[in-house]
Design a protein around this ligand. Structure first.
Ligand code: ATP
Ligand code: MG
Length: 401
């Protein structure tokens, strides 16, 4: 081997080594990249695993109990009397997770199952039953002027419901307790619901209408909570009128099935009303009850503090019937020559609801004749029609019987 050959060979080796090193360097870079990728993957998976762990913990947690605060035992609000959903009351401690200043009787809270400590105040939402109630908030449009012939009744309601709501100071000055509520009684269709709505509308009060039978049904099942929630609603939106309609339906429906059933429901209603008695600060909340039959209602209902006054809704006399006709004819395109006195005579024994029906039927007869004007004949035919209808279905009154 000569010198030149040896040199050549070394050079070749060098080159080979260089390219090999190059090759290794890119390989290292690749691996590095791969490591980086794996590292970020690892981070991501660790995150995911943390999340899943948290979820498992969450799923493994013992469910919380719910309860209602009945009372707060000490000033610092550390101990509460809580009635759990099982109906048993416990004395429990509060935890740091509840803000003590937010605690108050009546609130729903969540309790730890092991030591029953209060861990959370549950949001109070209105009961679906309460939401389903007819709640006409300050948007009823019935004026006293839309009521015919009930002048004395209107006057009395204004004194017993409107005045205490609008001017409680008058009662304070004289030193008497304003009435809590009134009971309307009278035949169906004589304007009881109408007048209740008118008071709410004229006083700009919130009008909460509850059907008595529904209320009692709920009350039997669910205890005083509903009454309390209705009350809370009424107070939140005061001045308000709580209108308990169709009080008679309670007695009437129950009397058919059981002998003592009627009395039992009455007792339930009493219990409910005594709940109502227990609420203070109710100066801005008034009650109106309505019934077809005051005779079946327990006298305790009428005791002072509940419905302090009875207001009778009689069948309208001729003067009243004329006034009611005029009210319902206001918007009707009526022939000017009609003999309203005659129509009034023909409707002896009819109610306000019957008169309204007559006006609507007369309008229907005009439409059928393809006319824009209601005539005296239309009215006469309508009287006959409504008269016959009320004989078939005693819907409103004992009209003409
Ligand atoms: N005095 C009245 N003046 C004007 N309209 C009346 C009068 N009485 C009844 N009406 C009409 O009849 C309709 C039904 O009356 P309302 O619902 O007030 O009767 P009610 O006494 O509540 O009957 P019920 O006992 O069946 O509930 C009213 O919406 C109104 O249009
Ligand atoms: Mg009614």
């Amino acid at each position: 081997m000569n010198m030149i050959e040896g040199e050549d060979r070394r050079n070749k080796d060098d080159e080979f080594l260089k390219s090999y090193i190059n090759h290794l360097e890119t390989k290292i870079k690749d691996v590095q990249n791969h490591i980086d990728l794996l590292k970020s993957d690892l981070l991501r998976l660790e995150d995911e695993s943390q999340g899943l762990k948290r979820e498992i913990e969450h799923l493994n947690e013992v469910p919380l109990l719910t309860g209602e605060i009945e009372d707060i035992l000490d000033e610092s609000k550390n101990r509460l009397i809580v009635k759990t959903s099982s109906g048993i009351s416990y004395i429990v401690n509060t935890t740091e997770r509840v803000k003590q200043e937010d605690l108050s009787p009546g609130l729903q809270i969540a309790l730890n199952q092991r030591n029953f400590a209060a861990v959370e105040i549950l949001p109070t939402k209105l009961d679906p039953f309460i939401k389903g109630m007819e709640l006409l908030e300050k948007n009823i449009d019935v004026a006293y002027g839309d009521i015919g012939g009930l002048d004395d009744q209107i006057q009395e309601v204004r004194e017993t419901v409107e005045l205490p709501l609008l001017k409680p100071e008058l009662f304070k000055r004289v030193g008497i307790e304003p009435p809590n509520g009134v009971l309307f009684y009278g035949a169906p269709g004589t304007g009881k619901t109408l007048l209740a709505k008118a008071v709410a509308s004229e006083t700009n009060a919130t009008f909460i209408r509850i059907i008595a039978a529904e209320l009692v049904q709920k009350f039997i099942g669910e205890g005083a909570r509903y009454v309390r929630e209705i009350f809370k609603l009424a107070k939140d939106k005061a001045p308000s009128i709580i209108f308990i309609d169709e009080l008679d339906a309670i007695g009437a429906t129950r009397m058919e099935d059981a002998t003592s059933g009627d009395r039992e429901v009455n007792r339930t209603l009493m219990q409910l009303l005594s709940e109502l008695d227990g609420f203070d600060e109710r100066k801005n909340v008034k009650f109106i009850g309505a019934t077809n039959r005051a005779d079946i209602l327990d006298p305790a209902l009428l005791r002072a503090g509940r419905f302090d006054r009875l207001i009778e809704f009689p069948l309208p006399n001729p003067v009243a019937r004329e006034a009611i006709f005029k009210i319902h004819m206001r918007s009707i395109n009526m022939e000017t020559t009609i003999d309203l006195k005659k129509i009034v005579d023909l409707t002896e024994g009819g109610t306000g609801a019957d008169i309204k029906a007559i006006c609507i039927e007369a309008g229907m007869f005009a439409i059928r004749r393809n006319s824009e004007m209601v005539t005296y004949e239309d009215l006469l035919k309508a009287v006959e029609k409504v008269k016959n209808k009320s004989k078939e279905v005693p819907l409103t009154s004992d009209f003409f019987t």
